[in-house]
Design a protein around this ligand. Structure first.
Ligand code: ZN
Length: 78
């Protein structure tokens, strides 16, 4: 990767791996500027659909639970 400041060549001085993400500390060979880059896996269309489905299911469960809590609250008050 070229330096984001001067366009010179850069080297990776540190790499940190965590689930789903790689963080690299880079340094320009020419001007010495340091910066960090992040790499994340691109989600496939199928993974996006699965996440959307899980989100919708969770939203439905949450609505049901909210209604149940409202009913409990009104039962306690009356
Ligand atoms: Zn540079």
């Amino acid at each position: 990767m070229n330096c984001i400041k001067c366009g010179g060549k850069s080297t990776v001085v540190e790499t940190r791996l965590s689930p789903g993400e790689t963080r690299r500390r880079r340094q320009c060979v020419e001007c010495g500027y340091r910066w960090t880059t992040y790499e994340m896996a691109e989600l496939t269309i199928s993974q996006v659909r699965t996440l959307r489905k899980l989100h919708d299911e969770f939203t439905d469960i949450r609505k049901i639970m909210d209604r149940a809590i409202d009913r409990i609250d009104s039962a306690i008050v009356s």
